[in-house]
Design a protein around this ligand. Sequence first.
Ligand code: P61
Length: 456
Amino acid sequence: MSLSFEPFKIKSIESIPITTKEERLNYIKEANYNPFSLKSDYITIDLLTDSGTTAMSSKQWAAIMDGDESYAGSRNWFEFESIVKEITGFKHIIPTHQGRAAERILFGVLGGPNKIIPNNTHFDTTRGNLEYSKAVAVDLPVKESLDTSLIADFKGNMDLTALEKLILEKGAENIPMAMITITNNSGGGQPVSMENIRNTKKLLAKYNIPLYLDCCRFAENAYFIKKREKGYENKSIKEIAQEMFSYADGATMSSKKDGLSNTGGFIGINDDKIAEDLKTLLIVTEGFITYGGLARRDLAALAQGFREVLDENYLEYRIGQVKYLGDLLTNAGVPILKPTGGHGVYLDAKLFAPHIKPENFPGQSIACEIFVEGGIRSCEIGSVMFGSYDGNGVFEPAKLELVRLAIPRRVYTKSHIEFIAETIIKVYQNRNNLRPMKITWQAPFLRHFTAKFDYL
Ligand code: P61
């Protein structure tokens, strides 16, 4: 049966705020035109992130009620460790409260001054944690990933020619690890093929460089492999995931995505010595090795979430819902990054608002207008997040100017999706009214979270 409906029924509901346009104009101004600063009480549909915003199942809530809050050795930890080991095959699983804590701990051991760490594309926290350790984060996505209108199956792939060039130029001894982010979040939630993961491992092995996966959305990536890569059509999502992880020496995960939960993360690793160092840092900064900064009931919800995310009916609905929104927008002529990826639709802000220069943040201007039009919160992924000025005051824009409509898992229905599409189509029809912006205040790291903006 092909799924044109949600494969679940609703047991518990949460009312959403309905506001007027006049109110929303005030709210966004009060928030200094940064959607991160809006109160959630003002938001009708929240597409800021798919991270930690999942609706949990009745089985997960039951597991929460049955949580065992022992400081050490809680049975929920063993349930969590067991399912994560079953999927990933890693020898050591180190729990953390979210993805960036896993990154901080891993790079606390493997990062540091003069180290170079390549990735298909580092997400902002990964880059932020590496740069904070004074290492250099290098993005090596395949060229196709930069053409938003090109339809290709695996636009998240790593550019292997560029990777080998980097290793030869910089020296393998300066590259303590390489990463692949599945799916590639900053590049539009695009998947990475099994062939690319396998060949990346092969190339790195030649130079003795370990491969780590940033595996926040591993199940969505596995679903794309099943649907698009020859030889995987009859394999289960779990088997595909197991093969993906078999090529990696370790992984970091924000389980707030494909753990189908509201919090959590982990590091998986095979190397005993590095694992010892990581556990020491974990105990000093996160918590004991059987809870890592999480309530034990959260580990219980995650253990159940990791089972549910492998369900192909769920993944068909999930990826189908994102595609449905993408198709509604494309049919109305709205420029989006194509094809739609795993966890959201990304508007191409350069094509949407060509009259606004990257240094005047077209994506931010669109995100503010989408909120004013329909109370929908989205997130700029462009020059606010990744742009900078070089030492000579010359602006270096992000490679892509995107506005991400991240879809929380199992939260919104088909009619919500249709309302989102109608709102964005209206903003697109009135796009000539979109105005350029400037930053009036910013923090030194990860500025987009707290920056203040105004119109020029
Ligand atoms: C997101 F606006 N992602 O996509 P943590 N790796 C990858 C991620 O996607 C990721 C993390 C590591 C978020 C949350 C978020 O500026 C932002 O559990 C591929 O959030 O620490 C997180 O995992 C970090 C949204 C993060 C943002 C930073 O929405």
